[in-house]
Design a protein around this ligand. Structure first.
Ligand code: ADP
Length: 477
């Protein structure tokens, strides 16, 4: 396949790297070369930041309704180009086309929802002790935002950040993951088509460390929003110290799913399969550990194996595929190592050995029983189609085991007794809890974690606050 060079989007222009340096983007299912993207240098990153700053001076002062109109237009155009965008996602990320189409709708929702929220950035007037004074509280856009995004939702993670930032009146310099820059550049072309003013959205490709460092060091960048690994998140926290930069961090997860003995297992199965195998298990809110009441553990394990085996594994571009390839050979190796470690520490494999596929990155679902905290798979994010099952005998034990992790992003509970589920849910140390539900991501809900899963929220009115600063004026009449 011929190289198809793509360009970055800076200050409303499509630009390459002056040095000519570039990197390849490949299809994880076929390894085919899809395109090359420029590797920008420090000076070019700085120019993009300067352009975003220049654009901010105008963008911030436009009426919110004007900003809202642009956001709505971007959302509408994404829907118009849904199929082309979905094919780009599947080609570079691997997920099944049906999931990619869903991601486009989900991303478009962020733009349309924040278009409306842009109109509702209200302040307060607070009564003062001195009757001749008034306390005004106003909200202002924080400034230029750096956005660093992962490969697992190449469109949605960017949309979630950009839509809120633009609604607040901020401008952005975004750096997508090296595995999936083409979807981000697709979004840039949509911004161009929507005639978004130059410099409001800038999409850069190149070395992550270099671009990350420039964003963190720049005094013009007032906030960085990041979705990715806890390891890089910790690095950004350290780097943020010098400029006292505000951060929003969506980091790793280790989601427990507690299945109580009063759960309706048959009804639960659809949600459970979605929560475990979506995107081949490569999401930070995917179920990492099934904690199952001992009275129903045998039934649950049998059902999960039966359903897991029915999922079709293959190239995401094939309409019948349920589970696409993992993103890279390194990712496959990591998942295989976790399985091997678990088996060597007493776990049992409940599914047959994975059937061979034409592509070594395509992994058939694996279900492991007798999982215990001594195994790496208990404490590490799996990011693959591997289900792990352990049992508990009472509610207290379920809560303690669920909380036995340094992460605190998502947790799930299945129970027929809502008051039991709520009581247990409130004791779970996680930012998001799904009760009889694993489809927890929604534009109007605050997405985010606690503990080492990060801080700050995305989506919802709380997500807008992340891009706003408060200014209070004490006014004497
Ligand atoms: P993953 O292991 O899932 O790829 P990462 O945290 O490595 O997660 O990647 C998430 C995003 O962070 C990607 O866009 C990646 O390029 C970027 N990234 C990786 N290393 C750094 C770094 N040192 N500074 C800034 N961004 C980084």
């Amino acid at each position: 396949m011929e190289k198809n060079p793509s360009l970055c989007f800076v200050n409303g222009q499509w630009v390459g790297s002056r040095s000519g340096a570039s990197s390849d983007v490949r299809n994880p299912a076929t390894n085919a070369l899809l395109a090359t993207v420029p590797a920008l240098e420090e000076q070019e990153v700085d120019q993009a930041i300067a352009a975003a700053h220049q654009a901010f001076l105008n963008w911030r002062s436009r009426p919110a309704r004007e900003r809202a109109n642009f956001l709505r237009k971007i959302g509408d155009l994404l829907l118009l180009h849904q199929d082309a965008c979905a094919h780009t996602i599947t080609a570079e990320q691997g997920k099944p086309l049906k999931e990619s189409r869903g991601e486009v709708v989900y991303a478009a929702n962020y733009f349309s929802w924040f278009a409306e929220e842009a109109l509702r950035v209200y302040g307060d007037i607070i009564p003062a002790d001195d009757p001749s004074k008034r306390i005004f509280v106003m909200k202002h856009p924080i400034g230029v935002v750096g956005a660093i995004t992962p490969w697992n939702f190449p469109l949605a993670m960017l949309a979630r950040k950009l839509a809120a930032a633009l609604a607040a009146g901020c401008t952005c310099v975004a750096k997508p993951a090296p595995e999936t820059p083409l979807t981000a550049l697709f979004l840039a072309s949509v911004c161009e088509e929507a005639q978004l003013p130059a410099g409001v959205v800038n999409i850069l490709t190149g070395d992550a460390e270099l671009i990350g460092a420039r964003l963190m060091q720049s005094d013009l960048v007032k906030k960085v929003t990041f979705t990715g690994s806890t390891e890089v998140g910790k690095l950004l926290i350290r780097q943020s110290a010098d400029t006292v930069k505000k951060l929003t961090l969506e980091l790793g997860g280790n989601a427990p799913c507690i299945i109580f003995d009063d759960a309706d297992l048959m009804r639960a199965m659809d949600g459970i399969l979605f929560g475990k195998y979506r995107n081949a298990g490569q999401t930070c809110v995917c179920i990492n550990r099934f904690l199952v009441h001992e009275a129903i553990a045998a039934d649950f394990s049998r059902l999960l194996c039966e359903h897991s085996k029915q999922l079709r594994v293959g190239n995401g571009a094939d309409e019948s595929t349920d589970i696409g390839p993992l993103i890279s050979d390194v990712a496959v190796e990591k998942v295989q190592n976790l399985v091997t470690d678990a088996l060597s520490h007493g776990a049992v494999r409940l599914t047959d050995s994975p059937s061979a596929t034409t592509n070594s990155r395509c992994m058939s679902p694996i279900v492991l029983g007798k999982i215990s905290p001594s195994m790496k798979i208990w404490s590490e994010e799996i990011f693959g189609p591997v289900s792990t099952i352990t049992t508990f005998s009472n509610d207290r034990e379920a809560i303690d085991r669920a909380n036995d992790t340094c992460y605190g992003l998502a947790a799930y509970i299945y129970s027929g007794d809502l008051s039991r589920a709520l009581r247990v849910g409130e004791q779970l140390e996680f930012g998001m809890v799904g009760i009889n539900d694993t489809a927890i991501s929604a534009v109007q809900a605050p997405f985010g974690g606690i503990k080492q899963s990060g801080f700050g929220r995305e989506g919802s009115r709380y997500g807008l606050d992340e891009y706003l600063t408060l200014q209070y004026m004490s006014v004497r009449g």
